[in-house]
Design a protein around this ligand. Sequence first.
Ligand SMILES: Cc1cc2nc3c(=O)[nH]c(=O)nc-3n(C[C@H](O)[C@H](O)[C@H](O)COP(=O)(O)OP(=O)(O)OC[C@H]3O[C@@H](n4cnc5c(N)ncnc54)[C@H](O)[C@@H]3O)c2cc1C
Length: 525
Amino acid sequence: MAQQQYDVVVIGGGAAGLSGALTLSRARRSVLVIDAGEQRNRPAGHIHNYLGREGTPPAELLSIGRGEVSSYGGEFLDARVTAVSGDADHGFTVTTDEISVKARRIMVTTGLVDEIPDISGLEDRWGKDVLHCPYCHGWEVRDRAIGVIATGPMAVHGALLWGQWTPDVTLFLHDGFALTDEQREQLEARRVRLVEGVITGLEIVDDRLTGVRLDSGETVPRDALVVQTGLRPRDTLLTMLGLTTQETPVGPFVPVAPTGATAVAGIYAAGNVVDPMAQVITSAASGLMAGAALNADLVMQETRRAVAFKRLGVDGDNPGELFSRDYWEKRYAGHGTHLFRGKANAHLVSDVAGLTPGRALDAGCGEGGDALWLAAQGWETTGVDISATALERAAAHAAERGLTVTWEQGDLTSWAPEPGAYDLISRHFVHMYGAAGEDLYRRLAGGVAPGGTLLIVNHSYTDVASSTIPRPDLPEMFMTAPEIAAALKPDEWDIQVAEERARPATGPDGAETSVHDVVVRARRR
Ligand SMILES: Cc1cc2nc3c(=O)[nH]c(=O)nc-3n(C[C@H](O)[C@H](O)[C@H](O)COP(=O)(O)OP(=O)(O)OC[C@H]3O[C@@H](n4cnc5c(N)ncnc54)[C@H](O)[C@@H]3O)c2cc1C
């Protein structure tokens, strides 16, 4: 694997997955296909009814498909995915036994498992002369002696259908399968022979099926057998993400839109995992459809993001601008004598009030509202900010109030506190983009002394739709409380608070409103 982060991870590299990956890699998306190599038709010698590749061995089609995907930059990992977590806004994590990779979107194409009826010998001959589908194998056994074993409700339909390929069809009423009078009349009219009795095994000569043994001791000569398998979708990853199944005539399957979109945003599915009737060519077609829909979904997410950055005055291709010295100098300069209210943040006051003052760091201190409150409470306080203008204003406020604070100009995209130097590190509303946010929490965490407190407060992305104080539509900028807590090593930190809180606020129009913040308070062990 060339990287740890992909636009799309495709889980399952059969016809559906490879076709989706081809569509996406041709759409210039970074794609990783993770495949456990258990394609449903792998026991079969050839693929039939695949226009343009009629009669191709399954492994050959896969190899051609992999080559095509690779030629456009798609990558492969031979492994089994054990878990998928996350969401479309913050991205997904895909886990195998050995690695974790991140993906913006997921395509699940894990296929299904055929549950072969529990009759001695059937499993060994599966895909060779024990068959299920006349469109896959009918031509190859035309005019031969075919036996249909009645193990499910489609048995009579199967026996009648196979009569299209051969005049010699026997229906085994294995274990007392009951026919209606109408079915019996249909089968007799179509000259399907009926055999009563329990099947005890198959007769194999020179690696070829020659007959079916019954408990009566009789052996009925047959060249091929047809069974109705149970169709069990490999949908554990889908249900793990909260999707539920719906009953279909062949069992429960997760419903999807014609585009392959599931009810969970960012998760698409195609092929046999969601469509039990899909053949190889229709699985490939559904993979193409899901790939195209998924690409359109990503384009719209990218457009929302570009618009949000544009509104912030930043080029979306360079989110780092949002944390540059120039950006903040312009923001402070554009706001007369102050950008912020100068008051301490409510969660600092509520969550720090009970602590014994020691050394405190306010990371991203701006014009000093929090740092000055801490100093007034007796904390030996350092305030760090990227903007010289903000620090000058903060120092002037400190002088006015006779408070002592150490002011330091530092770029929080790389600045790190002295290890273990502080009894309290507080960081309010410094919203870095994507992985930079997590990186900042880790660096700040390193500055907290044993027994000390780390207090992280963010705006909540849930306010994005608020009409009074809307947040930029950039979910990657607003980590949730569990995400922040997860960035701290569990053996080093006791998470005391990790929650979303509502707080009263005043909107730009002066109206009283309520906003939501994410608060994480942790104590270093
Ligand atoms: C014996 C037999 C013969 C058939 N012959 C034909 C035929 O001639 N013509 C035809 O059109 N159809 C045929 N079919 C049907 C055909 O097999 C399916 O239509 C087709 O395989 C469905 O493609 P898919 O991509 O959805 O799933 P699959 O081809 O089954 O691929 C799913 C892939 O996902 C992988 N996977 C599953 N879970 C995970 C995980 N957690 N992590 C990573 N990878 C995972 C699996 O290992 C597998 O490689 C046949 C079926 C059988 C059983």
